[in-house]
Write a protein that binds this ligand. Sequence first.
Ligand SMILES: *[C@@H]1O[C@H](CO)[C@@H](O)[C@H](O)[C@H]1NC(C)=O
Ligand SMILES: *[C@@H]1O[C@H](CO)[C@@H](O)[C@H](O)[C@H]1NC(C)=O
Ligand SMILES: *[C@@H]1O[C@H](CO)[C@@H](O)[C@H](O)[C@H]1NC(C)=O
Ligand SMILES: *[C@@H]1O[C@H](CO)[C@@H](O)[C@H](O)[C@H]1NC(C)=O
Length: 603
Amino acid sequence: MRTLCAVLVFMAVCLVNGHCLDFKDQLVGVKRPSWIFPGSLEDQFARLVGLTKYKKMDVKTVEGYLDKLTIKDELKSRAANLQERAICFTCQALIRKLQTHAITVELLGTTICSIYFTIQTWTINDFCKQIVRINKPILEYILANSKILTPEYACSILLQNENCYYDHPALKWETIIPDGGPILTTQNTAKLPPRSKPLKILHLSDFHISQDYEVGGVANCGYPVCCKRNLGNPIKGTDAGTWGEYNCDIPPWLYLDALQYINNTHKDLDLVYFTGDIIDHAIWKDSHQDNSNDIRFVFDHLAQSFPNIPILPTLGNHESVPLNMFPPPNITDQKLSQAWLYELIAELWSKWLPNEARSSVAKQGYYSVLANNKLRIISLNNNICYIYNWWLLYDTNFLKEQIEFLKRELVEAEANGQFVHIISHVYPGEKECIEPWEVNYNSLITRFAHIIKGQFFGHTHTDSFKVFYSKIDGRPNNVGYNGASLTPYLKYNPNYKIISVDPNTFNILDVDTYYFNLTEANLHPYTSPKWMKLYSIKEAYNFSDLSPDNFDIFAKRLSTDRNLLDVYWRFFVRNGDASLKDGCNDECRRNLLASITRTESLA
Ligand SMILES: *[C@@H]1O[C@H](CO)[C@@H](O)[C@H](O)[C@H]1NC(C)=O
Ligand SMILES: *[C@@H]1O[C@H](CO)[C@@H](O)[C@H](O)[C@H]1NC(C)=O
Ligand SMILES: *[C@@H]1O[C@H](CO)[C@@H](O)[C@H](O)[C@H]1NC(C)=O
Ligand SMILES: *[C@@H]1O[C@H](CO)[C@@H](O)[C@H](O)[C@H]1NC(C)=O
């Protein structure tokens, strides 16, 4: 979906120029989107849409496609004065054309695909049109039925961080924060020696299992993801390794190997957190049947590997069909709703959850559960806030239900002297979650910081953390941990984490990352990958404890110490050879630093 939006931005620049040259110059003096990199036009476009192989663009052909959308003259006339808003008004013009039936969803979608294919190296595939086909009924429904959709509103969401923002009540609502305040003294009690054995929590994230993974398949296939049966031209070389590739999702046997290794190695686990994403990145092939099979496969094997401990999952944005679609509960039409998904997980997760949790899981995929009489785990389906969830163009009221749920659970935990861990998929502050969700979520973190002992996310596949700051006095008050990913996609080594928790204060004592070298593993196809510990936060960074204050001090050190930032980055990619080959340039470093302290995308 990011691909489609990138094409939109790209088109805006082409349209305003009247041609697609001077892409780079066009943006001089203008606030450049952070993901536009220097290089040739094709280079830039390829990076926007995540292509590793691409060909020279035929500018005339691209212009021909743009003519079909009939907005060129309109934009050119506005472009002279309003150059810096080219992206926004292109987006708005396209939405207006859709609303007035001057163009169809199909035409817009296929035009975007065609532009994509003028630079993409394979012409035989139809995956982009397939993506349009599966999204079309939803977009058409929303265009016809949304009571809040205006061009300005739509582009505020779709291009949230591209300066297209526009105030709308649907994007500005605040939950009432209960009286009382955070009492932050308890955050530092980790200094007391634990009175008994720490709790051990396994944090797994982002599996992205490729059931049709083919050893010796085409690893350089020209599609967004490779190593699949019948995907790509074998002339390009059939070299997909046994244990995965840096541009592919994982073979199912790697998932099973990881479970077995963990089962054999960590005999003292008390809990498992899984922060979502089971389905692979071949998003054009998603179907209810295949997704259901994959989801069942994952939870059946998790249950077999860890028969005696609770497994606490969240949904990922890849689980729905199509990708990212999490409609409000009053959308009950079978072709539009995700009831099949919620019913499936309500069934599969029920063995780990109390009965009361079943109804909220069946309704919208969230729940709360007591791990013991002191620790409450709140699992949110925050995929609903994702800017590529088209349903936000229809309604944002349904997001309040989970914010209110989170608040109720926190109030209750506080009243009962309990501590809380929050698990969810989408990593906040990464410019991908709409403002009202992040603002309200952060207000609740500020209010309840003294009982929230950890937040655990996934989605970005990066081994990283975030410092949360109080909205009242700006002090560091909480930490969010990203579990990174089992999939090496894109350019990472697979990993999992072990979290140690003080059994009395529920403070996090340490987090260990385990991984293996994918290049090395593929040299030994007949033996299991050599899993090993990469680092622990406490040891690697000399923390006295994992308090928010120490993370804050560390974040400040990172901004002045290049070598230390390099250490952080190597852990971020788990020494993935493909990432190390690219290196982390100044832009990458800036993004790395900014992400650590950003928990609201628009702040
Ligand atoms: C995991 O280990 C336990 C014993 O610790 C065993 O009962 C179980 O069968 C194992 N599961 C797998 C899939 O290896
Ligand atoms: C669903 O609820 C929203 C308000 O939250 C409303 O605008 C919309 O019309 C409702 N849709 C249906 C199909 O009832
Ligand atoms: C991973 O293994 C390969 C093959 O043995 C080796 O060349 C490479 O240097 C290793 N990568 C790292 C980061 O150690
Ligand atoms: C941690 O402390 C050790 C020993 O004092 C030192 O060698 C190392 O450089 C320190 N690491 C960091 C990240 O500060």
